[in-house]
Design a protein around this ligand. Structure first.
Ligand SMILES: *Cc1c(COP(=O)(O)O)cnc(C)c1O
Length: 372
């Protein structure tokens, strides 16, 4: 075992339930893109598919992998699907994201025609991210065209928020107003969705008919402010992922010993330097040295020196019991303390989203199976 990822599928199911309760009567659509934020696409989807009315992924290949695994729950592909793959998408019964009013719309219609049934689509409106979607000004006419199109079934209209973590910003309300304007003539039967995890927590008025929840279902917070606000209100999430390894070697070295590439770190005192078989290729940010911590034998130990491609160093001087083979926790908890993905993220100048989605698919994942 070089490294192990332990994923508690029961925790993910409980987070889905907790979010569902929070936002009811709006529904939770779990987002399992990017290998379920590093937690494992198929396993996560299997654990929660029975609890929800739809799943969301980013690209068609993810939806096809879920169909291949026997998952029959409706799946919304949030990102673009190339025209050449529309027949496959229709055959797999995926719901696609549509904003086009030109030739791509014709491609979608012809795939529906080949397949013999309308294409289920969610029309996307860009209300202020300048990413995917039609302009608000184009929306009324285009949405009417979609609704009346014999080859389309308009399943939803949606948008995405840019600044939902910021509670003192007016931008979320502006986007919500723009969305209401763009969709005002759309039948009330068509599902409306705009919130991801942060908005669903902080801005109840954005919950509409459903929320697309990614980070929250994995038990992680979209931002420290979201965590503080929700904890104050007694709302808890359970992190589902633990990242563990074992010390390969421990060096007892004198003060002033250089450690790792570039001699970027020198011991300041007689030290015990532990070697971890995990580097940036395994998902540990290269700049974690001198910033991040791990738990070794019940002690919080600092990562030191430059993180290598496949290895890294920790100062185990405060953990005299640490030996080759001693367990190391990079993300997770022992009896005394915890290190969250958010802590590693803050230490290395990124967000928990990036830490978990960059955990490579080749690292083995061990699943604790959900209670029935
Ligand atoms: C990834 C994504 C989400 C989920 O966002 P979280 O902040 O992880 O809840 C929702 N909607 C869209 C369009 C996304 O791309």
């Amino acid at each position: 075992m070089i490294a192990e990822l332990r994923i508690d599928l029961g925790a993910i199911a409980r987070n889905v339930d907790a979010l569902s309760e929070l936002v009811a009567p709006a529904r939770v659509v779990p987002v399992v893109k990017s290998n379920a934020y590093g937690h494992g696409l198929v396993e996560v989807a299997r654990a929660i598919a029975g609890r929800v009315s739809r799943l969301a992924v980013y690209e068609l290949d993810e939806a096809l992998a879920l169909r291949e695994a026997g998952i029959t729950t409706p799946i919304h592909v949030l990102g673009p699907i190339r025209a050449a793959s529309l027949d496959d998408a229709h055959t797999a019964g995926v719901e696609l994201t549509l904003w086009d009013g030109g030739s791509y719309l014709d491609d979608v219609a012809s795939a529906a025609h080949h397949g013999g049934s309308p294409f289920h689509v969610h029309a996307k409106i860009d209300t202020g991210v300048a990413r995917l979607g039609m302009r608000v000004a184009d929306a009324p006419a285009r949405l009417r065209r979609y609704a009346e199109h014999p080859s389309l079934e308009l399943a939803g209209v949606f948008s995405h928020l840019a600044a939902a973590e910021e509670m003192d910003s007016t931008f979320t309300r502006e986007q919500l107003d723009a969305f209401a304007t763009a969709t005002r003539n759309v039948s009330p039967d068509v599902e409306r969705h705009i919130a991801a995890t942060a908005a669903a927590m902080l801005w109840p008025e954005t919950r509409l008919d459903s929320i697309r929840a990614g980070i929250g279902i994995y038990g992680l917070w979209p931002s420290p402010e979201t965590e503080l606000t929700m904890r104050d209100r007694g709302f808890a999430l359970q992190p589902a992922l633990e990242w563990r390894t074992k010390l390969v070697l421990v060096h007892d070295v004198p003060a002033h010993t250089p450690v790792g590439y570039g001699c970027a770190y020198h011991t300041k005192r007689p030290s015990r330097i532990g070697v971890l078989p995990i580097g940036y290729a395994e998902g540990l940010p290269r700049n974690a040295g001198d910033r991040g911590h791990v738990l070794v034998a019940g002690q919080r130990c600092r990562i030191v020196g430059r993180v290598c491609m496949n290895m890294s160093f920790v100062d185990c001087t405060e953990a005299p019991d640490a030996l080759p083979g001693s367990p190391v926790i990079l993300i997770g908890r022992d009896a005394y303390t915890a290190i969250g993905a958010d802590e590693l993220a803050a230490a290395t100048g990124t967000i928990a989203y990036e830490i978990v989605t960059r955990l490579p698919a080749h690292v083995p994942r061990n699943y604790l199976v959900a209670a029935p």
